[in-house]
Design a binder for this molecule. Structure first.
Ligand code: PLP
Ligand code: CA
Length: 310
């Protein structure tokens, strides 16, 4: 189709674009807040969108919080009240995926956070981990004798600050034992988590890659840019892609998912992306790079306030 051009969403155009939408999907970190601090004016903008009758949903690749924890964070930072059913974190979406993909009673071996375990419990998927792997001896070669749970039929990899070689061994052994019948699922592939001051820590993508390398197979990824996360939203609410706006700060996750699902895409510059990166993609005639170009951008979602009246 037409090449996308990323236009600044000024008041006039913003009124029209928002008026044509009934649902907005918000990425969280970099859009609504950075770490523990709300983006200035973001809560007021969402308050007005909610008052105007828009449906607000939250889509985040961060697997280290439950849906309930996100509603609590939104409340604490002054955002309009959200219910857990409006929150689509990669922990919840992974749990939902495994519930439908696993045979009844089958369990998942989990590399992840307590929140990931809690979301699995909430949908009734039995799991092992995320505690330390039980090791029968001091040397890695002994670890191949560690007991394997006969119920495990999936390995799930999320953000795991206690990721270890021992857990990687157990994950591989489950995947070798089950062969293609053992599912391999990753919450997301974010390679880094940027921190203030230009520094960063390794993201979940590094952990997923480690397991994929050991197992020599590719994981199914639940989070953005995979459309599974959007499909979760669309199966729980009556969503018309043509009346839905995806708001995000990252091109290769948020904007790519929005574009590939037929949503209107809005980039905000309060997170990890600069306008120069967008221009680079826009000027390229490579289709894969074109799909990273959003329809619109704002410096901050607070810039939507004038279009939303008083
Ligand atoms: N994964 C982890 C573990 C994170 O801490 C974060 C951001 O804080 C993300 C992913 C990215 O989250 P989002 O999709 O909301 O930008
Ligand atoms: Ca983000």
């Amino acid at each position: 189709g037409e090449p996308r051009r990323c236009r600044r969403l000024e008041a006039e155009a913003a009124r029209a674009v928002l008026g044509a939408a009934d649902t907005l999907l918000f990425d969280c970190d970099g859009v609504l807040w950075r770490g523990e601090a709300a983006v200035g004016g973001a809560a007021a903008a969402l308050g007005r969108l909610a008052a105007a009758g828009k449906r607000l949903c939250y889509v985040t690749n961060n697997s280290s919080r439950t849906r309930a924890a996100y509603t609590e964070k939104l409340r604490r930072l002054g955002f309009p009240p959200a219910e857990p059913r409006h929150v689509f974190g990669s922990a919840y979406c992974a749990a939902r995926y495994l519930r439908q993909a696993l045979p009844l009673g089958a369990a998942a071996y989990v590399l992840g956070s307590p929140a990931l375990a809690a979301e699995l419990e909430a949908v009734g998927v039995p799991h092992l981990g995320p505690g330390p792997a039980a090791l029968p001896g001091p040397a890695p070669a002994d670890w191949a004798q560690a007991p394997l749970d006969p119920a495990v039929r999936a390995v799930l990899v999320g953000f795991d600050e206690h990721f270890s070689y021992a857990k990687l061994c157990q994950a591989l052994r489950y995947l070798l034992r089950g062969g293609p019948d053992c599912l391999l699922v990753g919450t997301n592939r974010d390679h880094r988590l940027p921190l203030e001051g230009g520094t960063a820590i390794p993201g979940t993508g590094c952990l997923v890659k480690a397991v994929e390398t050991a197992a020599q197979r590719e994981a199914f990824i639940v989070g953005k840019p995979n459309r599974y996360m959007f499909d979760c939203v669309a199966s729980e609410f009556d969503i018309d892609p043509a009346r839905t706006i995806m708001v995000g700060d990252r091109l290769d996750t948020d904007i790519l998912m929005g574009n590939s699902c037929g949503l209107t895409t809005l980039l905000t510059l309060t997170g990890v992306t600069t306008l120069d990166e967008v221009k680079g993609h826009q000027e390229s005639d490579c289709p894969a790079r074109q799909s990273l170009v959003p329809d619109y951008y704002v410096d901050s979602i607070a810039d939507l306030l004038p279009a939303l009246g008083d």
